[in-house]
Ligand binder design. Structure first.
Ligand code: GTP
Ligand code: MG
Length: 242
């Protein structure tokens, strides 16, 4: 039987709120407004996943699907230095792919099955999960088709998380358009994109927002084993920290 592992976020406070970090065999969704640190968290965890377990890692390789073109190897190298690991090695342990449309996003996920079958991988990042769906399927007329295709993608990701003992980390945007938000019965403007299909697929959801000055705040919104609580973190050259 596979044993569940937790991977640290880089922030002790946030880890504590998550009972030690994000769990393998689950889909973890991090959403929030721009510049709140979703991509920085993805970079930080892409390094930490490689570390020994004593350091909050999983001694694993990482797969990174980038839909927005915001992956930066230089950031990986800076974060690697914080943890005292070889920067080039840290980059080599990340299988990176850029998706240009939703079809490619699905193909890349399927293609990663071969990587995951080696049992060397412990983290799959999808940054961000909804952006291409939102550009490929425009308007209400295409919404039901979009949700159907999205559902297939999420089922595959869930299956892979369980079969290959992976933390799946998905970032997501919040919908600022009140019309779109109303579609999913959200009125507070802080609804993640993806509707109930994504909400249902995510084991743990984390809402990020800007706090005072450099501070950022993460709120655990939906978790099977953590109460709804908040933690603060900062973004540094070495990634997410306290
Ligand atoms: P969107 O993708 O636009 O929705 O935003 P995001 O949530 O992915 O934000 P991201 O993770 O890109 O965070 C951007 C923030 O990280 C900005 O406030 C940057 O100032 C900060 N940041 C990025 N790189 C560094 C760095 O090397 N050092 C420090 N201190 N901050 C950084
Ligand atoms: Mg981003």
């Amino acid at each position: 039987r596979k044993r569940c592992i937790r991977i640290s976020t880089g922030s002790k406070q946030l880890d504590a709120a998550l009972n030690g970090g994000f769990q393998t065999m689950s889909i973890n969704e991090v959403y929030g407004e721009f510049r709140c640190g979703k991509t920085q968290l993805a970079h930080t965890m892409a390094v930490i996943a490689q570390l020994p377990k004593e350091m909050g890692g999983a001694e694993g390789k990482v797969a990174y699907i980038d839909t927005e073109g915001t992956f930066r190897p230089e950031r990986i190298m800076e974060i690697a230095e914080r943890f005292g690991v070889d920067p080039d090695q840290a980059c080599e342990n990340i299988a990176y792919a850029r998706a240009q449309n939703t079809e490619m996003q699905t193909e890349l996920l399927d293609g990663l099955a071969a990587n995951f079958a080696t049992n060397e991988y412990r983290l799959l990042v999808i940054d961000s999960v909804m952006s291409l769906y939102r550009t490929d399927y425009v308007g209400r007329g295409e919404l039901s088709e979009r949700q159907q295709v999205l559902g297939q993608f999420l089922r595959r990701a869930t299956q892979m998380a369980e079969e290959f003992n992976l933390v799946v980390l998905m970032t997501n945007q919040v919908m600022s358009d009140p019309g779109a938000s109303a579609l999913f019965a959200g009125v507070d403007g802080r609804k993640p994109a993806g509707g109930h299909i994504l909400a249902h697929a995510s084991t743990t959801r984390l809402l990020l927002r800007k706090g005072r000055g450099e501070e950022r705040v993460a709120k655990i919104v939906d978790s099977p084993d953590c109460p709804e609580r908040e933690a603060t973190y900062i973004i540094t050259t070495g990634g997410i920290n306290d």
